[in-house]
Design a protein around this ligand. Sequence first.
Ligand SMILES: Cc1cc2nc3c(=O)[nH]c(=O)nc-3n(C[C@H](O)[C@H](O)[C@H](O)COP(=O)(O)OP(=O)(O)OC[C@H]3O[C@@H](n4cnc5c(N)ncnc54)[C@H](O)[C@@H]3O)c2cc1C
Ligand SMILES: NC(=O)c1ccc[n+]([C@@H]2O[C@H](COP(=O)([O-])OP(=O)(O)OC[C@H]3O[C@@H](n4cnc5c(N)ncnc54)[C@H](O)[C@@H]3O)[C@@H](O)[C@H]2O)c1
Length: 452
Amino acid sequence: MEHLDAIVIGMGPGGETVAGRLLDAGKRVAVVERELIGGECGYYACVPSKTLIRSPEARQSAVEAAGLDRPGLDWPALRAHRDRMIRHLDDSAQVEGYEEQGALVLKGTARVVGRDPWRVAVDGDEYTADHVVVATGSEAVRPPIDGLDALGPDVVWTNREATTLTEIPGRALVVGGGAVAVELGQFLARMGSRVTVVQRGDRLLDREDPRLCELVSEQFDRDGVTVHLGAQVASAVADGDGVVATLDTGERVHADVIVLGSGRRPRGDGLGLAELGVGLDRTALPVDDRCAVAPGLWAVGDVTARLMFTHVAKYQGRLVAANILGGDRRARYTGVPRVVFTHPEIAGVGMTVEQARDQGVDVVTAEVDLAASLARPWTHATDPRGTLGVIADREHGVLVGAWAFGPMVSEWINTAAVAIRSRIPVRDLIDSTPQFPTFNEGYLIALERLDL
Ligand SMILES: Cc1cc2nc3c(=O)[nH]c(=O)nc-3n(C[C@H](O)[C@H](O)[C@H](O)COP(=O)(O)OP(=O)(O)OC[C@H]3O[C@@H](n4cnc5c(N)ncnc54)[C@H](O)[C@@H]3O)c2cc1C
Ligand SMILES: NC(=O)c1ccc[n+]([C@@H]2O[C@H](COP(=O)([O-])OP(=O)(O)OC[C@H]3O[C@@H](n4cnc5c(N)ncnc54)[C@H](O)[C@@H]3O)[C@@H](O)[C@H]2O)c1
C-alpha cells in the first residue's frame, strides 16, 4: 500500500489550490477526482455561466453606448465558445499536467476507510497518507416539489443542465432567488426565454441589503422577468414536451424547463468519515479556523459550508497548503465579496445594515446615485444607472459593509473589501486618489457623505 504525504479528494478550485502548492513544495501527493479535474466551477458553474452571460451583456452594453446599434447574437457561436471554455467536458490535459508535476492521479470515487494513519480507498485500491484534504464541493438541492422526481433532466435542470444547455428554452420556470436563479434567470430572459422566477423568500437575493434587492427587482422588471415572491412551487407534472407547475398560491405556470436555483448541499457525507468518528454538521465538514477537521484531516471549499464561492475555496486551499507545510494560518471571512454577475452587476461585501445593528455596531450609512455624481457612468452609457451604498461603524470610523449595483461592479467592489477587511480608517480612504473617470470615485463621495 503506497504511503503519501497528502491525498486530496475532489479537484475543484479548492482541491486544485492545495494540490498545486503541495506539489510545488516537492510533496508526494495523490489527487482523486471522480468526474473532471476542475470541478463544478470549471465545467458546470462559474466558468460556463460567466461565459454565457457575457454576450447578452455585451449586446445590451452596445445598445446603451452612444452611436451603436444592437449587435446580432449568434447562439451557436456562443455555445461553441462555452464548449471550448468547458474543454468539451474533457480533462485529459489536466490529468497529464498533474502527472507531469509528479502527482499520482486517481480518477475514481474516494472513501476514507481508516485513520491513524488516514487510509483512503479508490475503486478497490488503498493508500495511506499523513494528510487527507477533503474538497468534494456541493450539489444542487432538489426542493420538495410533488412530481419533480418523475420528470427527467431534459425538463428539470440543475446548474449542470442549465450551464451546458444546447437550445434556449421558450419558457423557463426558475425556482429560487439567490445568485444561481438571478444570473440564470436574467441570462435566459435576455436570450429570449419567457422567464418566471418563484422565490420562497420575500425578496430576490434575500441575504443582501434590502436596497440592493429593490434594484435587482427593478432590473428584472426591465428585463421582462415575472417574479413571484414569498411563493413556492407545490407540484409539477409533464405537459406535452414541457411541464405545468402549480404554485402554493394556486397559480399555474407552463414552462419548457424548470431550473433549480434553490441552494446547494455540501458533499461531506458518503465519504465514510462518520463511520470513523468524524462528526458532520449535517452534510458539511466542520472546520476550525485552520480548516482542520481532525489531526491530519482538512477540508476546503463548499464542503465546509462557509461561503460557497470559488475565491473562498481557493483562499482556504492556500491556507491548508501552508498549514500542511508547517505554517499556522488562520481563516478570516471578513470582507469576502459576493458578486452576482447580472447586467448591471451586483455585489455586497461585509455586513448588511441589519447584521451590523445585530452586532451592536453604531451604524451610519450613505448612498450614492452614481449617475448623479460621477462622470464615468456618462462616458460609459447614454442613460446610465448605478448605486453604491456604504455602511460604517461610527465609533471606530471604519467601513463594515458596502453594496453596489452598476457596470463592472465585480472589478471595483474589492476596494471596499480591502477597506473592510483591513479596517482602513474612513479618513484615510477619503485621502486616497481614485483615478478619473472611474466608478471607484463613487467611494469618495459616499464616504464624504457619512455622518461620522
Ligand atoms: C451556476 C453557478 C455559478 C457559480 N458562479 C460562481 C462565480 O461566478 N464565482 C464564484 O466565486 N463562485 C461561483 N459559484 C460557486 C462555485 O462554483 C463553488 O463555490 C466552487 O465550485 C467550490 O469549489 P470546490 O473546490 O469546493 O468544489 P467543486 O467545484 O464542487 O469541486 C468538487 C469536486 O470534488 C469531486 N468529488 C466529490 N466527491 C468526490 C469523491 N468522493 N471522490 C472523488 N472526487 C469527488 C467532484 O466531482 C468535483 O469535481 C457558482 C455556483 C453555481 C452553481
Ligand atoms: N456569482 C457567484 O459568485 C455565484 C453564482 C452562483 C452561485 N453562487 C454560490 O452558489 C451557492 C448556491 O446558490 P443558490 O442561488 O442556488 O443558493 P442560495 O442559497 O444562495 O439561494 C437560494 C434561494 O432560493 C430560495 N429557495 C430555497 N428553497 C426554495 C423553494 N423550495 N422554492 C423557492 N425558493 C426557494 C431561498 O429563499 C434563497 O433565496 C451560493 O452560496 C452562491 O453564493 C455564487
